[in-house]
Structures are given as C-alpha cells and as structure tokens.
Design a protein around this ligand. Structure first.
Ligand SMILES: Nc1ncnc2c1ncn2[C@@H]1O[C@H](COP(=O)(O)OP(=O)(O)O)[C@@H](O)[C@H]1O
Ligand SMILES: CC(=O)OP(=O)(O)O
Ligand SMILES: [Mg+2]
Length: 409
C-alpha cells in the first residue's frame, strides 16, 4: 500500500467490495495504484453479533465495535471514519465510486456507469450469483444514498470472461432449458485475472495480446483461467462461483448427481445442499478450517485429514494445468495470485509436482523465498514454461475501470 499525503489529483476512486457479511473499501489513485486509505467492516447484518470496523490511513489503524445491522449502517460507519481520520471524501477530490459486482450475466461485457436500469439488470441476474450479487447490490444502494453526487461504476467479475468461445462457455445441457434460464459458464474473479494477466505479460516481456497464460487466483474463492493472447478462453468457475477448484468452503467440481443423491437418500432440501456445498465443504469440510495456513500446518504435524485436503486441493490444480495446456496449445507461464497463491509455497509446489513433461520446472529455493507483495519468477532459468507469482490488486483494477468509464462520458 502506498502513502497518504501525496498531491491530490482528480483520479481518486472509492472502491467498494460488499460481501455477504462485510464491506471492504479503499480510496485508490487510479493513475498510480496508491491506496490512500482502506478499511473493512465485518459482521454486517449478523443477528446477535456486534459489528467491527477497521480503518487504515497510512500507518494509522483505527478500530471500533458498533452495531452494523445492514450495509447502509456499514457505509455510514465508513463515512464517519473518513470524517474523523481522513482522507477527506469530498467530490472535489473523488471522481467516482467503483463497485465490485460478481455476476453481470449475459448483459454486461464491460464496466458501466450505474443508473436505475443497470441496477435493475444486476438484480435480474442475482439468481446466477445468489451469494454475491445481493450484497453487491446492497453496497450500491447504500453508496448511492451516501454519495449521491458521485458517479457510481459497476465492475463485473464476469466481464473478462465474456471473450470465452462458445465451446468453453456452453454446458451440454438441453439447449432450450439452458437458453430459457441463461445457464452457461460465466466465470468470476475476472478483474483479478485481467490485472494479473497484464502484469505477467509485462514481466515476461510480451505484449498482452501475445501472452498465453494459465492464471490461478487462489483466495477463499479460487479459480483458474486460460488466457490466450490476453483474453480469457476458459475459466473454472461456471454458472456460479461454485464450480472448479477446491476452495475454502466450496466443493468445486463434483458430480451433479451428488445433489440428487443427497436429496433422495439423505432427505436434504435444496437449500440445505446448497449450504453444504457452498459453505461447509472445500478445505473446511475436509480438514476443519477454511484457512490454508491451518491446513498446511496441520498436515505438517501429521494430521491425515489435512494431508488429504491438501492433496485433493493440489491434485485439482494439476488437473487444470493439464486441461488448460491442451486448451492453449502453447503456455508461456503459469501464474499464481491471491492469498493462497501468493503466500503458500507448499501449495505451489504441490500444484506443479511431476509436470516436467509439460515443460514446467520449479525452482524449489525460489519458490520458498518469494517476497510478499513482489512479482517473482519461481521456475528454473531454462524451464520452457515460466512460473510466476504476481500479487493481485483488484482494487486498483476497479479504480482504473471506474476512472476510464467516467472519463469516457
Ligand atoms: N501464508 C499463507 N499461507 C497459506 N495461505 C495463506 C497465507 N496467507 C493467506 N493465506 C490464505 O489466503 C486466504 C485469503 O485469500 P484472499 O485472496 O485474501 O481471499 P478473499 O479475497 O477471497 O477473502 C485465506 O483464507 C488463507 O487461507
Ligand atoms: C467470486 C468469488 O468467489 O469471490 P470471492 O473469492 O471474493 O468469494
Ligand atoms: Mg478476493
């Protein structure tokens, strides 16, 4: 993160990422990526829990407990924190509010200025990202009420993946049913994949239009994207962010018949199965924690459940490397990003184990000495496929998109 107190330009964007029980925010200079302030409101709308707000300006951290019954209250608390601790949030030095929106559906292939029609369209596709879009919309409404004088821009997780060819986006499901209900692969994390792909191409000395990459965004949610010539040509998340890789609490790929089986033989309702597969599975379901640090630690101390969870997680990554190598034909680099991808050497090593025949040769020492926050090359010098760790910066990408949309108007 950069420092406060730099000269004010007209490039400052307030970036909002509203999750189901949280509100993350940053004021970012779209031109430089410098974050002037950032914060996190947690336990939003959780009955019986007291909310928590953490507001950071440079080195200063301000924390506070207070009731946060909804995203409107979180937005108000954020505004109070800016008033008390800075920086000033006047429209004179803020050009836009940029919102992360996970699902843009078939409608949106690029970022847009938010108006009533856009809000209605985001609402219309909420059933395609039931865990993500409703809180994203709550964040938009709260920001409109609080910062009505500023342009608001929606930046969609799905937009980068709209370039996917039909053969990657189409499920072999009854065509009429699929069309009637807009069932196809949409993907997610596109803002991160786009930022990381561009940064990786630069690191490789390639023009973005000529880089072929396999990008792994491994956070709490996790996804892989095959990037050909700078464009997404396949991605592991599908209709919703449940498909694909093993995640903190989500199953990723699973036989859909598991749903019928649990409904018929365990008597579980669709909502119960949804909750199990989205919130109680993945690393949490296999090893008792959704935090990869706990899982690696337990595995290293001989815990068999954690060992298996780690093996399942890494094996899934290896399978996607094989699949996307076939999809791309030529791979310039495999790229790791987000919380797990940037920080976990054992996961990166596990994902790349035994792939020398695909031209992927890890430098074990470089893998173990990756500096947090820096772009690193972790393959041996003559590895045909380069392996990179690239810190993601979704907030900067959202700020750039918001600035671009506002300047184009
Ligand atoms: N040193 C580390 N080793 C392994 N995993 C880590 C480390 N630091 C963070 N993580 C993982 O990163 C995850 C969060 O990643 P992040 O990209 O911040 O996710 P999200 O944006 O989805 O909340 C945590 O759940 C944790 O498992
Ligand atoms: C789409 C998605 O999974 O997002 P997150 O990783 O923020 O949960
Ligand atoms: Mg994230």
């Amino acid at each position: 993160m950069g420092t406060a107190g730099e000269p004010r330009t007209a490039q400052h964007v307030l970036v909002i990422n509203a999750g189901s029980s949280s509100l993350k925010y940053q004021v970012v200079d779209a031109a430089s990526g410098t974050a002037l302030a950032s914060g996190l409101a947690e336990r939003v709308g959780q009955t019986g829990a007291v909310g928590h707000l953490r507001h950071e300006v440079g080195e200063d951290v301000h924390e506070r407990e207070l009731p946060l019954p909804d995203h409107g209250a979180a937005m108000a608390a954020m505004r109070e924190a800016f008033e008390a601790f800075g920086p000033e949030l006047a429209s004179a030095n803020l050009m836009a509010v940029g919102h992360r929106v996970v699902q843009g559906g078939p409608e949106f292939s690029a970022s847009v200025r938010i108006d009533a029609e856009v809000v209605a369209a985001i609402e219309d596709v909420s059933d395609l990202a039931p865990l993500h879009n409703p809180p994203n919309l709550a964040g938009i409404r709260a920001a409109q009420a609080t910062f009505g004088d500023l342009p608001q821009v929606a930046v969609f997780d799905t937009a980068f993946h709209r370039s996917m060819p039909a053969h990657a986006a189409t499920y072999a499901l009854d065509r009429e049913i699929a069309q009637a209900h807009r069932v196809r692969r949409y993907g997610a994390h596109g803002t991160s994949h786009q930022y990381v792909a561009r940064t990786a191409a630069r690191e490789l000395g390639l023009a973005p239009e000529s880089a072929n990459l396999i990008v792994f965004h491994l956070g709490n949610g996790a996804s892989a994207t095959a990037v050909a010539g700078g464009r997404s040509v396949d991605t592991s998340m599908g209709l919703t962010p449940l498909e694909g890789l093993v995640m903190g609490t989500r199953t990723g790929d699973i036989d859909p018949a598991v749903v019928f089986h649990l409904a018929r033989t365990a008597g579980m309702s669709i909502d119960e199965i949804d909750t199990v597969m989205n919130r109680r599975s993945g690393l949490l379901g296999l090893a008792g924690s959704n935090d990869m640090r706990d899982v690696v630690d337990a595995a290293e101390h001989g815990d068999d459940d954690a060992r298996l969870a780690l093996d399942v997680y890494c094996y899934r990554l290896r399978k996607y490397i094989g699949a996307y190598t076939a999809a791309l034909g030529r791979v310039d680099a495999v790229v790791f990003t987000a919380g797990v991808g940037e920080n976990s050497a054992p996961v990166r090593a596990g994902a790349l184990r035994g792939l020398e025949n695909l031209g992927i040769m890890l430098d074990e020492a470089a893998n173990k000495s990756v500096r947090p926050g820096a772009v690193s090359c972790i393959s041996v010098q003559d590895s045909p496929v380069t392996v990179l760790v690239v810190p993601t910066n979704e907030e900067w990408e959202i700020a750039r998109e918001a600035a671009r949309v506002v300047q184009a108007i």
